[in-house]
Design a protein around this ligand. Structure first.
Ligand code: ZN
Length: 338
């Protein structure tokens, strides 16, 4: 996803939190700082001479059938009912996959695995920042501490210069949104060469999405928020109509016990991988030895092509917003629990 799309996802998640009655202090932390924190939503893709963790291929989960087939470890098999039943993220993909009859039980019963290096594993990146955020939130400066529920006995031992400022916390929340959003992008979760960024479909799909957002989210002036923040949130909400998405009906809450950002990101990526198998069927693009490219105009042309593109766009962007808001709420509520 490009910069405009990542920025929209984080802004739309703030609007959703506000609309769905999310914690007022969390909204009070993020909303006034949306302009200064927006760069965070894009930071994980940036590489420069001073090297941070940013690089597009450094947060992926590109799955393929696991070598060894049926004899492979069962933990790499996620049968449809089991996957859809256990996950809290990706409500739109869950509903779509639930109703789908095209992916066979044979497809669902195979083991699929991705093999990124541990530091480049998208769920590790998301969980790493989620855990760091909890730690940063408990050592906040006066302003941040007043927003975070509960009290911390050792706060007085932290040197004032080492305390977290609200702007820093907001930036990290936005950075987390990047990893969460990428797990909702089907091409990021499928190891076939035709899903690569330069192989046609992937880049074109992302371009199509940023076009749907409208001009206000494109261009460099987004960071300066030439429009007032309230206006930007109105623009962010207006995108829903183009997507035919009912984002405001969603209620992002904290994750059920036993679930965390890591497990949810893994399962969101598995749902995205399943969606990719519907967008680009194995029959035309086998997992092994298939064509190296897939053209956007071919994939989404012919009978049902346009409708599929609309569905996929609605699902991926809705889920990116919901999952981001749910991860934020989960972190916030866990910090507040003794
Ligand atoms: Zn990325």
């Amino acid at each position: 996803m490009d910069r405009a799309t990542h920025a929209w996802i984080a802004l739309r998640a703030i609007a959703l939190l506000e609309e769905s009655g999310g914690d007022k202090n969390l909204v009070a932390l993020l909303k006034p700082r949306a302009a200064s924190a927006t760069i965070g939503a894009w930071l994980p893709d940036l590489t420069d001479a001073k090297r941070g963790g940013g690089q597009t291929q450094h947060h992926v989960l590109k799955m393929l059938p696991m070598p060894g087939g049926a004899n492979s470890k069962s933990r790499f098999v996620s049968r449809k009912k089991e996957l859809l039943g256990r996950m809290s993220f990706s409500p739109a993909a869950r509903a779509y996959l639930e109703a789908d009859v095209k992916l066979t039980s044979e497809w669902w019963s195979r083991p699929y695995k991705a093999d990124p290096r541990p530091g480049q594993h998208i769920a590790n990146r998301a969980m790493g920042i989620a855990t760091s955020l909890r730690d940063l939130l408990v050592i906040g400066d006066k302003k941040l501490d007043a927003l975070v529920p509960g009290s911390v006995s050792f706060l007085k031992d932290v040197p004032p210069g080492a305390l977290t400022r609200p702007d820093q916390a907001a930036l990290y929340f936005f950075m987390l949104s990047h990893f969460i959003a990428d797990a909702s992008m089907p091409c990021h979760c499928d190891g076939r060469p035709a899903c690569g960024y330069d192989s046609g479909l992937h880049m074109e799909m992302e371009k199509h999405w940023s076009k749907q957002l409208g001009k206000v989210f494109a261009g460099d002036d987004l960071f300066s928020m030439e429009h007032s923040l309230e206006r930007m949130l109105v623009f962010a909400r207006q995108v829903d109509a183009h997507l035919e998405a009912d984002i405001d009906d969603l209620r992002p809450g904290s994750l059920p016990s036993g679930r965390d950002v890591w497990l949810e990101t893994i399962d969101a990526a598995r749902a995205s991988f399943s969606l990719m198998a519907l967008i680009l069927p194995e029959s035309s693009h086998p997992y092994s030895g298939g064509p190296k490219r897939a053209e956007f105009k071919h994939v989404f042309s012919g009978p049902g092509g346009e409708a599929l593109l609309a569905e996929v766009s609605r699902i991926c962007l809705t889920d990116a917003v919901f999952n981001t808001a749910a991860a934020w709420v989960d972190i916030w509520e866990k910090v507040g629990k003794a």
